[in-house]
Write a protein that binds this ligand. Structure first.
Ligand code: HEC
Ligand code: HEC
Ligand code: HEC
Ligand code: HEC
Ligand code: HEC
Ligand code: HEC
Ligand code: HEC
Length: 633
């Protein structure tokens, strides 16, 4: 060992002296100047809010100007749920003096009053003051997750998982969010981390068993059957678990252990039959893989609008028509145009001397009805561009839902889209939003909505068919109840949030919420669903007679020689004997759709919708959205 030199020794002794001095001061300071709030603060730290608030009040009686006492009082009141009192106390403290913890407390009160948007704003202000304040990250992530913003929430959870003391909680949250966002590899990584850090997940409001099942699902989805198998073995060692057995049957199927897979399936007590529309926790394989064996369905589906409802801007002729330069339909001073540049398709909105540009990434909607470009502006912000092409009128017009006269000039380029809003567009227009946006995975090359959007990932199915396993291991809506089928279609054919009220003409846009309001649906004991009238692999039939044959499956034909329907197809719906069959007193044979499911225009420009709320309308067929005042509610 090298002896310590004199110089270093002197330095060492000096440092030691300073340290001892600081320690001594640390010991002496509170004794010289005792913190009058110390007791209150320790009480607050151990969540004894009542004592904390009592101490703060006592201090304020001694010294009404003590701002720290005011702060402690406001915090404790807020933590106790006395929101009015806390608000008043914070009013005295003032916004400028508030710290991250104070915003967390205020946000808690706003959540209790069901004002999540204001709570979000408060937490964002807290994070502006202290960017990594763990509890603010946690609360904001929770609000985002609960209000349909899982992408934003996952960014926060990732930051939370890096905060000392919050690693396990952050990783758990991150894993569950990634699972929801269809990122099985990321989910498995984060959930595995959370379970390593805290195997029993103590104090995390989740018990380990369900979390381990989700981890097993993520591993299967990611194609890591070996780890899934070990984990499921451990789970089953703890006692019978139908879901774990069912998952194990999948892991064994992939390993071609058919005897094991059958035994595990038997032990699952019918777990997989509960909902035939539930997707398999399998890897995606891409629609083209289905073509070999389901050629007819494949060809039909690939030419339907479902599969043409999305394209990338890099595809040739991505936009239905070259644009520009054309004047904005609402403000003639603004001119739009699109060019092909080295970087790609560039959109420009020019307001006299100011120009805003965006690179187009995607075009949503089949061209037949409407096509809306979505891109990124110069700052990388995603935007739904200002103009869409409407196929029926073959015109460019303002995109549905955008302001006629935007207040911010850059909104002439289009409406900004948050990460989650863009993910939602993709979620309803492609097979797998994540693969599409990451350009990764077998569904990234699917055209629009492919097979696995409705049938779930196909990896297990391919293995099952190859091994002649009796369970085809794929979602089978054919076997599902009418409610489940409607829910599958309504996942996209309903609005996000509150649907328009019955009688509001805009309600006709959303078949998924309109149809279930009909007596035909509510009174037919689970016989009617979307697939009574539609083939899910083809566009809507345009002959009214085809639908009227369906009406007559359930609505009695008049007695006598067989009613002359123009289309004779085998019945799709068979009403149960106990359901009343009523015939139309006005026309028992034909014209049903025109009178009871009229076409509505004026909801989306240059497009019409069919009112799926089947009912008696006072004025028969009516084709305008301003029917509101006259329609039966
Ligand atoms: C190697 C041939 C093959 C490939 C590839 C294949 N399937 Fe199948 N599929 C079958 C066979 C055979 C059946 C019938 C199995 C049975 O009924 O037990 C079937 C059954 C199905 C069913 C259940 C039908 C029902 O309602 O009973 C669905 C849904 C399905 N396949 C969808 C798909 C999708 C989606 C893909 C692509 C991801 C695909 N298949 C790829 C051969 C294949
Ligand atoms: C909840 C699912 C859902 C979401 C989210 C969604 N769409 Fe759609 N979109 C549909 C359905 C269903 C249709 C067909 C029926 C209709 O037009 O309402 C459609 C139709 C369209 C059309 C065809 C013409 C039109 O205007 O009706 C365009 C263009 C379009 N969507 C673009 C977008 C864009 C851009 C976003 C994101 C800002 C988006 N969609 C978000 C489900 C969705
Ligand atoms: C929009 C949702 C949706 C998409 C996309 C979709 N299907 Fe289907 N599929 C269904 C529904 C719903 C049924 C049940 C239909 C019925 O019972 O009449 C079904 C039934 C089936 C069946 C069994 C019934 C039969 O006629 O043999 C097969 C096989 C099938 N689909 C394969 C595919 C393939 C392959 C693709 C992609 C090319 C695909 N599906 C895309 C919803 C969809
Ligand atoms: C992933 C979201 C999604 C799901 C799930 C979905 N649809 Fe669609 N559907 C769309 C979109 C988007 C369009 C608009 C296509 C376009 O751009 O024209 C559409 C269009 C349609 C059309 C009109 C096609 C035409 O002729 O213009 C029918 C009919 C339809 N869907 C029926 C169904 C049925 C039935 C189901 C359930 C079995 C279903 N959809 C499930 C998104 C979906
Ligand atoms: C799956 C069976 C089924 C199909 C298909 C069906 N309906 Fe119905 N519909 C019913 C039942 C059941 C009732 C309730 C009869 C009753 O008890 O009053 C009903 C009620 C009605 C009513 C009265 C609604 C009200 O609010 O009083 C109208 C109108 C109607 N159907 C029209 C149609 C038309 C038009 C079609 C075809 C586009 C159709 N239905 C298809 C089963 C069906
Ligand atoms: C009783 C028959 C019937 C049922 C059930 C039904 N539809 Fe339709 N649907 C129609 C008719 C009729 C049209 C108009 C077709 C045409 O003339 O283009 C239509 C058209 C559509 C269109 C094209 C856009 C529009 O509004 O014209 C979509 C999308 C659609 N249906 C979705 C659905 C979905 C989703 C369900 C289940 C929630 C469903 N339909 C159930 C009869 C039905
Ligand atoms: C010219 C318009 C028109 C046509 C066509 C039409 N209906 Fe009607 N339907 C009506 C009107 C109006 C009523 C309400 C009659 C009343 O209450 O006096 C009605 C009533 C009904 C009812 C309710 C009967 C009850 O007793 O509750 C059903 C069910 C029905 N129609 C089904 C159909 C079917 C199915 C078709 C096609 C075979 C059809 N309608 C064709 C206008 C029409």
């Amino acid at each position: 060992m090298r002896p310590i030199g004199t110089r270093s020794r002197r330095l060492f002794l000096a440092t030691l002296g300073v340290l001892i001095g600081i320690a001594g001061l640390g010991w002496a300071w509170p004794r010289l100047f005792p913190d009058p709030l110390a007791g209150g603060r320790t009480a607050y730290a151990r969540h004894d809010w009542a004592t904390a608030s009592a101490r703060a009040l006592r201090r304020l009686r001694e010294n009404p100007g003590d701002r720290e006492a005011l702060r402690l009082l406001a915090r404790s009141e807020g933590r106790l749920g006395r929101d009015d009192a806390a608000q008043a106390t914070y009013g005295r403290l003032g916004l400028d003096a508030m710290q991250a913890e104070d915003f967390v407390v205020v946000a808690g009160g706003l959540v209790r009053r069901r004002r999540p948007d204001q709570a979000r704003r408060a937490l964002e202000m807290g994070l502006e003051r202290e960017p990594d304040y763990a509890e603010a990250l946690h609360e904001l992530a929770r609000i985002d997750a609960a209000t349909g913003r899982p992408s934003e929430a996952s960014v926060l959870a990732e930051r939370l998982a890096a905060r000392p003391g919050w690693e396990a909680r952050g990783a758990l949250m991150l894993g569950l969010l990634r699972h929801e966002l269809g990122d099985p590899r990321g989910a498995a990584e984060a959930l595995g981390r959370a379970l390593r850090l805290r195997p029993g997940l103590e104090g995390l409001s989740s018990s380990p068993r369900p979390v381990r099942r989700i981890l097993a699902r993520s591993l299967l989805q990611a194609g890591d059957r070996a780890r899934a198998r070990v984990l499921l073995g451990e789970l089953l060692a703890g006692g019978p678990d139908p879901e774990a057995s069912w998952l194990l049957s999948r892991a064994m199927l992939i390993e071609r252990d058919l005897a094991g897979a059958s035994a595990a399936l038997a032990a699952s007590q019918g777990y997989g039959d509960r909902d035939p529309t539930a997707p398999e926790p399998a890897p995606y394989v891409g629609s083209v893989r289905c073509a070999d064996c389901h050629a007819t369905i494949y060809r039909a589906q690939q030419s339907s609008r479902h599969s043409r409802t999305f394209r990338r801007a890099s595809e040739p002729r991505a936009l239905p028509e070259v644009l520009g330069p054309i004047a904005d339909p609402r403000d003639r001073r603004v001119v739009h145009m699109v060019r092909r540049t080295a970087e790609g398709l560039q959109w420009e909105a020019r307001d006299r001397d100011r120009a805003f540009t965006a690179l187009v990434d995607y075009v949503f909607g089949s061209r037949d009805i409407g096509a809306t470009p979505v891109g990124r502006d110069a700052r990388g912000q995603a935007r739904e561009l200002r103009l869409s092409h409407y196929g029926r009128g073959s015109v460019w017009d303002v995109t549905t839902g955008q302001a006629d006269h935007p207040t911010a000039p850059d909104e002439f380029l289009g409406k900004p889209l948050s990460r989650d809003a863009l993910r939602q567009c993709l979620g309803c227009h492609v097979t797998n939003a994540r693969d599409t946006s990451e350009r990764d995975g077998p569904t990234a090359v699917d055209r629009g909505i492919g097979c696995e959007r409705c049938h779930g990932p196909g990896g297990h199915h391919l293995a099952a068919i190859a091994a002649s396993f009796p369970d085809p291991a794929i979602a089978r809506p054919r076997l599902a109840t009418a409610d489940r089928v409607v829910a599958l279609c309504a996942g996209c054919h309903s609005p996000r949030g509150e649907p328009p009220r019955p009688g509001d003409p805009a309600a006709a846009r959303f078949a998924g919420t309109a149809l279930p309001r009909s007596r035909c649906f509510t009174a037919s004991a689970g016989t009617l669903s979307c697939i009574t009238c539609h083939d899910p692999h083809r566009d809507a039939e345009t002959s009214a007679a085809a639908y009227e044959a369906r009406c007559l499956d359930c609505h009695a034909r008049p007695a006598g020689p067989s009613g002359p329907t123009r289309v004779s197809t085998p019945p799709r719906a068979t009403l149960a004997a106990e359901v009343r069959r009523v015939a139309c007193p006005v026309d028992p044979l034909r014209g049903c759709v025109g009178c009871h499911m009229p076409t509505i225009s004026g909801i989306v420009p240059h497009a019409t919708f069919t009112d799926h709320h089947i009912r008696v309308l006072r004025e028969g067929a009516d084709t305008r959205a301003d029917r509101r005042a006259r329609s039966t509610p």
